[in-house]
Design a binder for this molecule. Structure first.
Ligand code: CP
Length: 342
């Protein structure tokens, strides 16, 4: 079985292979014969998308990715319509779903849900791939994969991700996309990772320790304006994130007495204000996993490095590459793209 649960599970070679497969799928999809070829890759496969938290991009791009490869998809996005609402266990639920589906994609507020699902299937007679589409506050692996793909594309002619200075801004403590991206960067040699966050939402010691053990130069600061004034022109990429108010009170929907709340957080201090454009280079890559609230104003869309909508499109290509890789079709896809000279 192929379980996609942690962004650090991928080697550098596997990450580069996924990017190459995503590019091959993107190019084949533009070619009539290529499109026909892709539609046969997962014909007859069925993908279950089980989303216990809201999603626009991730859910729909998994469905679009399956479509590109000829698979069909189901989406459960309201857990009240499933037997979870009657108290059915994770193990019984996913074992039931594995009778009808070939891959399960799960998003859940519990950090451990996807892992529990994977273990339950691993121990069962019929183990099928499980892909995390967002696990609590800890991991958003496929977002990190598409973000890495976008960074690699942006730096393709400038030495790749190695040596690049990358700022990750906002509610890092509760943003699983930021956390997963930082973990993926350990497979490369970025020049530095600069976290800029409110003090109470700064990256935890576990994440910082992991990065430092992998010899990544890490800095943590609390003022976006000061960081940009001091080193804005050294930055090769800025990854913005929003304040994750849905976690106020602890685990979404399950308040905890010691929970941090957004009221202690950011205000407008972590907004990439339009006038900050003078503090960064024109080739600095501007990213955001979306959804955004006010932290990345529309005015940045005119900046040459703004790649947010490319990130969204890359989500579909990368998720298709992941399906293809899981089901053993990646090499065939890359070979076909090469044969068609794409
Ligand atoms: N980036 C992301 O996960 O967006 P959605 O919550 O809309 O899926």
């Amino acid at each position: 079985p192929f379980f996609v649960l942690l962004s650090q599970q991928f080697s550098r070679e596997e990450l580069e292979g996924l990017c190459d497969t995503a590019t091959a799928i993107r190019r084949l999809d533009r070619h009539r014969d290529g499109r026909e070829f892709l539609l046969a890759i997962l014909r007859g496969h069925r993908v279950m998308n089980l989303f216990a938290q809201p999603s626009t991009r991730t859910a729909q791009s998994f469905i679009a990715a399956a479509d590109k490869l000829g698979a069909t998809s189901s989406l459960v996005s309201d857990m009240r319509t499933s037997s979870f609402a009657k108290g059915e266990s994770v193990a019984d639920s996913v074992r039931t779903l594995s009778s009808f589906f070939d891959t399960i994609v799960v998003r859940h507020p519990d950090d451990e849900f996807a892992t529990q699902a994977a273990w339950a299937l691993y121990r069962s007679q019929r183990s099928i791939p499980v892909i995390s589409a967002g696990s609590g506050k800890s991991q958003h692996v496929t977002q990190a994969l598409l973000d890495f793909y976008t960074l690699r594309y942006s730096f393709y002619e400038h030495g790749g991700v190695d040596g690049k200075q990358i700022a990750i801004v906002g509610d890092v403590a509760r943003n699983r996309a930021a956390r997963s991206l930082a973990l993926i960067l350990t497979k490369f040699r970025p020049g530095g990772v600069h976290f800029v966050s409110p003090q109470n939402f700064q990256p935890d010691d576990e994440l910082l320790g992991y990065l430092r053990r992998h010899e990544i130069t890490v800095e943590v600061s609390h003022s976006l304006e000061n960081t940009l004034r001091e080193r804005g022109r050294d930055l090769d990429a800025i990854y913005m994130t929003r304040l994750q108010k849905e976690w106020d009170g602890g685990t979404a929907g399950q308040p905890k007495a010691d929970a941090k709340t957004s009221e202690l957080g950011a205000g407008d201090d972590y907004v990439l204000r339009t006038e900050f454009r003078l503090l960064v280079r024109e080739d600095c890559v501007i990213m955001h996993p979306l959804p955004r609230i006010n932290e990345l104003p529309d005015s940045w869309e005119e900046h040459p490095g703004f790649v947010v909508w490319r990130q969204v499109r890359n989500g579909m290509w990368m998720r298709a590459a992941l399906f293809a890789t899981i089901h053993g079709a990646a090499e065939e896809i890359r070979a076909r793209a090469k044969r068609l000279d794409l």
